[in-house]
Design a protein around this ligand. Structure first.
Ligand SMILES: Cc1cc2nc3c(=O)[nH]c(=O)nc-3n(C[C@H](O)[C@H](O)[C@H](O)COP(=O)(O)OP(=O)(O)OC[C@H]3O[C@@H](n4cnc5c(N)ncnc54)[C@H](O)[C@@H]3O)c2cc1C
Length: 398
């Protein structure tokens, strides 16, 4: 009898693992369990779908039934896994149980709690899945002003998208410049200017203190005393890996569910990948790492223990007003930035005292230099001794 492989989660991590595994193990018993509707979609498209006029239905790529058919798997939808009984290898639901031999946690991340007092009667939105995008779009209507909270990747992408789609946008963030985790000064200034040129009103150095209902929309109070009105609020203040299920099952958890280079948790029949996982210390909540992880995990599940390979995977920011690819240095890296270029075409390199490249950013036409810079850097997790990983695969997909 082959192992029964169960995957919790039908996001990109769950479905990509299932697809890779099925291609290696055509006969194996495979079940996916999800608390949502199991519709397959590409989450990165949520933050540039408005300018293309795409509805949630248009972003849906396949229903749960179609995925079950193509994967030759059971896909159980609307099922919230409440607990993992590691001794008996069982998942516990509200109205039943499911046995597993090998379990994959692909349960994603939750938006961080709202950092302000919300008295808006449901006019504050967060978009971290297709259903939330559908609700946001419906509430948004065809015109109006949106108050966007958070100047990180998702906040900046939505600001760009909303402005290009013709909406008014106020973007509020506590730092001096947008995208501070990814970009040093000159590139942050370039992005700020490009967003302003698009009509986005920036509120740097500010936080939102309260949001309350005002007529059909909202009124917000900022920390600098400014009062703003908008049709609704979109909060994009970051994500937190979902770890409760793993923690309650006794698995090791840190910022995410801790796994080694084989994607194994502290229980060797349970694996994790995607936004919920912390792989050898790295919590990388984007697509390229989970794609690499899914490929190697599928081999391990199929019986060929395979370590993940993490090359440097630069982040592509989908701000069409100012195109950016970046790989930031570690927080504790010492060295200095060197900036080159003019206008929208910039290149920045962060090198340590020995001249070793530790991070970079590229904008506009300089983006074509990303492969050369990526290759100059050592991989985050080198290909292991176990067969099967290909050092040339992976990297930036978006
Ligand atoms: C707006 C936006 C734009 C983005 N843009 C980019 C981009 O341009 N490039 C890029 O690389 N990355 C981007 N990302 C990040 C990227 O989309 C994510 O890293 C990736 O989609 C995460 O996939 P996942 O499968 O790990 O998690 P999710 O897609 O969150 O899937 C989690 C799954 O687990 C299920 N689940 C959770 N708990 C339970 C439970 N207890 N029981 C049953 N089921 C459960 C959920 O129902 C869901 O099916 C973006 C993210 C957002 C929000």
């Amino acid at each position: 009898m082959q192992d029964h492989v169960v995957i919790i989660g039908t996001g990109l991590a769950g479905y990509t693992t299932a697809r890779e595994f099925r291609s290696l193990a055509p006969e194996a018993r495979l079940t996916l369990v999800t608390s949502d509707d199991g519709v397959s979609y590409s989450k990165p498209m949520l933050s540039n779908a408005l300018r293309k006029g795409q509805t949630a239905a248009e972003l849906a790529q396949a229903s749960a039934e179609a995925m079950a058919e193509s994967l030759q798997a059971d896909v159980l939808t609307g099922v919230d896994v409440r607990a993992i009984e590691t001794q008996t290898r069982q998942l516990v639901f509200d109205d039943g149980q499911l046995d597993y031999d090998l379990l994959v946690l692909a349960i994603g991340a939750d938006p961080l709690p709202l950092p302000f007092e919300d008295r808006s009667d449901g006019r504050v939105h967060q978009v971290n899945n297709l259903q939330q995008y559908a609700a946001f779009r419906e509430a948004l209507g065809d015109e109006g002003r949106v108050l966007l909270v958070g100047g990180g990747l998702i906040g900046c992408e939505f600001a760009n998208d909303l402005a290009e789609a013709g909406y008014g946008v106020d973007l509020v963030y506590p730092e001096e410049l947008p995208l501070p985790a990814l970009l040093p000064g000159p590139a942050g200034q370039g992005l700020a200017k490009a967003l302003q040129d698009l009509g986005v009103k920036l509120h740097p150095g500010c936080t939102v203190e309260t949001v309350e209902r005002h007529g059909e929309g909202v009124r917000a109070q900022l920390s600098d005393g400014t009062g703003l009105r908008a049709a609704l609020v979109l909060s994009a203040v970051g994500l937190r890996p979902r770890t409760d299920l793993a923690l309650e099952a006794g698995l090791d958890v840190d910022r995410g569910i801790k796994v080694d280079r084989f994607l194994a948790t502290s229980d060797d029949s349970i694996f994790a990948l995607g936004d919920c996982a912390q792989v050898e210390g790295y919590s990388l909540c984007y697509v390229a790492p989970l794609t690499n992880a899914a490929r190697s995990l599928a081999r391990t599940l199929a019986g060929e223990r395979t370590a993940v390979h993490y090359p440097v995977m630069p982040v592509t920011v989908k701000t069409s007003c100012f195109r950016i690819v970046a790989w930031p240095p570690d927080h504790d890296a010492s060295g200095r930035w060197q900036h080159n270029g003019t206008g929208a075409d910039l290149r920045g390199e962060f090198r340590d005292s020995a001249g070793v490249l530790q991070g970079f950013y590229l904008t506009g036409k300089r983006i074509r230099e990303r492969m050369a810079l990526s290759r100059e850097m050592p991989p985050l997790i080198a290909a292991g001794v176990d067969a099967g990983t290909d050092p040339e695969t992976g990297g930036d997909r978006e």
